[in-house]
Structures are given as structure tokens and as C-alpha cells.
Ligand binder design. Structure first.
Ligand code: COA
Length: 188
């Protein structure tokens, strides 16, 4: 597929080839780069004791890649954004949505999220993020997610994160998605 990303001025028109694909083990170095570059947005926003570089060390990423499927957005043969899909008991978790800073706000996160939504087979689709990451919360809200009041219980049930991090994080659920699933089950 070919997409026109830059239309102004016309002399600077650039064509990019893009695709969404499942990430493979050999993508690990690029995923590591994308996550840790994009996570620099957290500096000064999330509690200081949780911000460090690399934000996600390689050993942690290796463990995360075992528990979830990463999808990537590729431009001209190189990954520029990733999103993880993690089945967790009776729900699906969106994990680690990261787009390289220079590629943000061009619709790539939305494409990745929509692709992931199309693959979800459970009745609930949840995502957790930092309470202070207002841009990420806005991003998910624009895509039909709402903040949940029972986030502490949800974190304890479906995630594997330290208690202090639970205090400073939020859970959002894709409400339309859940409602549609309930309607389908009800045969309406
Ligand atoms: C959140 C993120 C994945 C969104 O990807 P993206 O490709 O930029 O998203 P899209 O272009 O599809 O959507 C843009 C929307 O996301 C939000 N957003 C993305 N980047 C933003 C930024 N730097 N500041 C404010 N809002 C931002 C806005 O709601 C924006 O809508 P707008 O353009 O109407 O203002 C990306 O910004 C990112 O990697 N951020 C840093 C890491 C992070 O917070 N990840 C979330 C982990 S749960």
C-alpha cells in the first residue's frame, strides 16, 4: 500500500510504503528502540522513581514478548510504532503502545489500535496507563475507551505490576466494544 503523508508544499510531496505486521523475535532491537524513545514522553510526567532510561530494559522486553503478541507499523521497511495484545484470563489487554516521536500524531497509533481491536475475541478490552499520561488517556478516550472506577481490582486481577504503580495508574475499557459483544451474544 502507498500513502501520501505530506501534501504541502507540493514540491515536497513524499510517498511512503506502509504496512501493519506481526512482530517477530528478530524485531526485538527495533521494538526496544521504539519503546524507549517514545517513553521519553514520561520524563517529568510520571512519578520520578518510575522513570528511568532505558524505560524498558532488554530483559524485561524479552519477558514481555513471551506473554503477548506485538504488532508493528512499518514505513518503508522499518518499524516506527508498536502495540501489544495480551490475552489475560477472560479479557484482552492492550499493552505497550508506542510510536516514535517523529511519527506521532499522524494516525499510526490509531491504525495499530484499530487493527488490534479487530482481533479481540474476548468480551472485554482493557488498557492500563499512567494517571499522569494525559495524552495517552486522551488518545484512548478518542477511540471509545472510558476510565474505570474499579481499576485497583482490575490491576490486581489481570496485570502483574507493583502496588505503588497501581496507585499512580488508571484502567480504561473500550465501552462500545463491550456493548457490541453483549448485543451479539444476545442475538440482537
Ligand atoms: C500515545 C501514542 C501511542 C499515540 O500514537 P499516535 O500515532 O501519536 O496517535 P494518533 O496520531 O493515531 O492519534 C493522535 C491522538 O493521540 C493523542 N496524542 C498523541 N501524541 C500526543 C502528544 N504528543 N501530545 C498530546 N496528545 C497526543 C492526541 O489525542 C491525538 O489527537 P489529536 O491529534 O486530535 O490531538 C503516542 O503518542 C506515543 O507513543 N506516546 C508516548 C508513549 C505513550 O504514552 N504510550 C501509551 C502507553 S499506554
Amino acid at each position: 500500500m502507498v500513502i501520501l503523508l505530506d501534501t504541502s508544499p507540493i514540491v515536497n510531496m513524499c510517498y511512503y510504503e506502509f504496512m501493519i505486521r506481526i512482530c517477530q523475535p528478530e524485531d526485538i532491537d527495533r521494538i526496544y528502540f521504539i519503546i524507549n524513545e517514545a517513553a521519553k514522553a514520561y520524563q517529568g510526567a510520571i512519578p520520578a522513581n518510575y522513570y528511568h532510561q532505558p524505560y524498558m530494559p532488554m530483559d524485561e522486553l524479552k519477558q514481555e514478548m513471551k506473554r503477548m503478541t506485538f504488532f508493528g507499523w512499518e514505513v518503508n521497511g522499518g518499524l516506527v510504532g508498536v502495540i501489544g495484545l495480551e490475552p489475560a484470563r477472560d479479557v484482552t489487554l492492550i499493552r505497550h503502545t508506542y510510536v516514535l516521536p517523529q511519527w506521532q500524531k499522524k494516525g499510526i497509533g490509531s491504525k495499530l489500535l484499530n487493527h488490534l481491536k479487530s482481533l479481540v475475541a474476548t468480551s472485554r478490552l482493557l488498557v492500563g496507563t499512567w494517571a499522569d499520561a494525559h495524552w495517552a488517556i486522551d488518545f484512548y478516550k478518542k477511540h471509545g475507551f472510558s476510565l474505570l472506577p474499579d481499576k485497583d481490582e482490575l490491576f490486581k486481577t489481570y496485570w502483574d505490576i507493583p502496588p505503588r504503580q497501581i496507585e499512580t495508574s488508571v484502567v480504561l475499557e473500550h465501552i462500545e466494544y463491550t456493548e457490541n459483544k453483549i448485543k451479539c451474544k444476545g442475538g440482537k
